[in-house]
Design a protein around this ligand. Sequence first.
Ligand code: ATP
Length: 412
Amino acid sequence: MIIGLDDTDSKEGMCTTYLAAVLIEKLKAFGKIEGYPLLVRLNPNIIYKTRGNAALAIPIELNRSGEAGTVRKIVIDLVEEMAEFSAENTNPGVVFIENATGDMKKDLARFSMRAVQDVLEISEAEELLSRYGINHMGFKNKRGLIGALAAAGFALTGLPDHTFELIAYREKKRWGTPRAIDEDSVWEAAAQADTWDTVDYENRRIVFAPHSPDPILFGIRGKSVSAVRRAFSFVKSEPVERHIVYMTNQNTDMHLMKAKISDVLDCRSYILEGNVSKSPKTIEGGHVIFEIGDGAAAIECAAFEPTKSFRGIIRQLRPGDQVTVYGSVKDGTLNLEKIRIRSLDFHEMRNPLCCGKRMKSVGRGQGYRCEKCGATAKEQVDETIKRNISTGFYEVPPSARRHLSKPLVRFL
Ligand code: ATP
């Protein structure tokens, strides 16, 4: 059986991963988890999300198939007990995949991928659930069925790329209070191989613990189960109530689609190629905006203030530079997660030099004149300029990284 869960939390508390962790404990008596529970991040641009648009799937091999009904009841009872039903935007969904056919696998693989890259309707999830007779339970407006089915779909068909996250949870009596974590131990944990985003070295910040009132104490992300477990063994903190290792699509760039600028839609995420067509400018709030074009269409790209020193790279771009940008599109602007500068333009048309100074334009289309000696010139000259950046890949710092974004360490 694969149990899919989503949308049980609100900004004021809870977290669907915690519900899954409690459930895993309860289900031990009924069977064995097959592989790892899945923590799936869906489209990061969905307006209904509470925080990181997470959905969960628990694949379990039941000891006795006759107990499937009991297991389904335990799951639904726990959701009813723990979900934040009073929050307007909390619409829990639970699905149970028990028998999967080839057609169902094909349809679910497509649905799950679209839940990460596209915007779905609740009716699309309901249609698949009824077509394949999948047991499920949707609460309130049933929106959670989208995420629950998508997560279960990935557990059934497999993730094309994955990483791991070990999440440690807090004792209930401490929820909502400041987290007690020994900072030095976190820096030691962060130094362990094949883990990332525990700290932000450049901004000297610990980034593996949230500040919200939810049950999560911290999360350690990494390449393998052994890597995250090893880093975990270094962390000294308040008591950990329980911890779970999830297999996840975090840090895989699964949300990004290669596209042409003219095909871009809002609320989706892309990899786009183009030339810088308008110089970067810093706007109020410290955000840096520039434009790229590919001859057919153009799009504004933004490095927002929280991306800190990444903006320094972006400010160095000039029209003519060839780039590949990675990020989500919102209100027609691509919110940069990474950039690959493919080539830099070292040429600039400038007014000719004379008597140690630049000539002045006489008027539109009328050439240039030296203010000192009166010499004239018809055209600007092509000069080679110095650039303060190099070609290559640049990314936002860990403190500004989205869950799905693949860090450059994973490209090596
Ligand atoms: P947290 O990260 O704290 O667990 P969350 O950010 O995961 O919270 P949810 O409470 O799960 O947010 O709310 C997201 C809602 O959006 C869910 O109901 C989910 O089914 C739905 N959803 C997820 N992906 C899509 C999508 N691609 N299209 C439409 N709806 C989606």
